[in-house]
Design a protein around this ligand. Structure first.
Ligand SMILES: Nc1ncnc2c1ncn2[C@@H]1O[C@H](COP(=O)(O)OP(=O)(O)O)[C@@H](O)[C@H]1O
Ligand SMILES: [Mg+2]
Length: 256
């Protein structure tokens, strides 16, 4: 069975896209077949992986597939990156939230419908947009299992509380259960100041015992690998001490 994981946090710049690329790369390096889906209309994942053309391409794209999920096959819209497959975002997706709401037709269930019965991959990872709107709700309801990247600061704690409240609302409204597979405190540079230390402690206490909390440190090599269009697990990537953390996250995701 295909496992689906959403990588979500409505805050921008907390490393959703970075963690998506590197967890996807880690899963691929472990022999899993992976599809990454770019649900951010800004298309950073698509650009980082080198598919600017797909982002700017004419229909059909993920936009059209989300407008009419029953008329499109995911496999027809996928591009093949050297490490894993990608369903690219498209510039048309800026219209999507408004279109979905205006249509009144199950606006939060488009991605779940599109992914129904899709079983060609071992794992589908979905990079969510930086908002708590209907697109993010689509990611949450299509996966019901989330990795949550956060930063080690106060504002990230507040953002996490907002996200958890939204998950409760979706659970109530859709009679479903949403699991958090793990929290990734991302882009952390040592030495920590007091605020960062307190934030990491808060995450540990908040999720103690039931959700793993990983720390990914700031590494120039992670940025450089993305500049080259891939993860730190790509053939041409330089060695970096964070591969173990991404591999651990991948193992957790693959085994559940
Ligand atoms: N571990 C890391 N080491 C170095 N740079 C990082 C790391 N994680 C994220 N970044 C950088 O932080 C910025 C924001 O990350 P990004 O993944 O785009 O966040 P989001 O998708 O949540 O908006 C990017 O410039 C990215 O290169
Ligand atoms: Mg992003």
């Amino acid at each position: 069975m295909t496992r689906r994981i959403g990588i979500t946090n409505q805050k921008g710049g907390v490393a959703k896209t970075t963690d998506t690329i590197n967890v996807a790369g880690a899963l691929a390096a472990q022999g899993e077949s992976v599809l990454a889906i770019d649900m951010d209309p800004q298309g950073y994942l698509t650009h980082r992986l080198g598919y600017e053309d797909a982002y700017a391409s004419d229909p059909p794209s993920l936009y059209d597939a989300l407008e009419s999920p029953n008329e499109y096959d995911v496999a027809d819209l996928v591009v093949h990156h050297e490490e894993f497959d990608l369903l690219p975002a498209n510039i048309d997706m800026f219209r999507l939230e408004q279109d979905l709401i205006a249509s009144g037709m199950r606006p939060r269930m488009r991605l779940p419908l599109l992914l129904e019965g899709v079983d060609e991959w071992d794992v589908i990872l979905i990079d969510a947009p930086p908002s708590l709107g209907p697109l993010n709700d689509n990611v949450v309801l299509a996966t019901e299992e989330l990795l949550v990247p956060v930063e080690a600061d106060d504002s990230s704690q507040l953002a996490l509380n907002h996200l958890l409240r939204q998950l409760d609302t979706l659970e109530d409204n859709y009679s479903t259960t949403i699991d958090i597979a793990g929290v990734i405190v991302s882009n952390v540079s040592y030495p920590l100041d007091n605020e960062q230390e307190a934030a990491i402690e808060w995450y540990d206490e908040r999720f103690e015992g039931h959700v793993p909390v990983w720390v990914v440190r700031t590494r120039a090599a992670i940025k450089r690998a993305m500049k080259e269009g891939g993860s730190v697990f790509a053939d041409n990537a330089e060695e970096v001490d964070m591969t173990d953390v991404f591999a651990e996250i991948a193992t957790e995701v693959a085994d559940g």
